[in-house]
Design a binder for this molecule. Structure first.
Ligand code: ZN
Length: 90
């Protein structure tokens, strides 16, 4: 299971970096909904931040894996608005 736990670690590092750089936000009303802010600078900042966290952690993640995980989480996030909130406004 070591591969899975490493993947989880990378996912949580990326999530932390994206959230703190404000590249993604959690909907204040739906904490299971992640929203992509759509800020290129914030996304770059998140990548730099994740790289630093990983380095300080001593884990040798491949940059390719990091990029893939960042892109995966950005793809999964809702674009700009929370779909659940948007649905409630109808
Ligand atoms: Zn919402």
């Amino acid at each position: 299971m070591s591969i899975d736990s490493r993947t989880d670690d990378l996912a949580s590092v990326v999530r932390y970096a994206l959230t703190t750089a404000r590249a993604i936000a959690i909907c204040p009303f739906h904490d299971n909904v992640t929203i992509r802010v759509g800020d290129d600078a914030a996304e770059t900042h998140a990548y730099v931040r994740a790289t630093k966290v990983i380095k300080s952690d001593g884990t040798a993640w491949e940059h390719k894996a990091l990029h893939r995980e960042i892109n995966r989480q950005l793809d999964e996030a809702a674009d700009g608005v929370c779909p659940d909130c948007a649905a409630l406004q109808h």
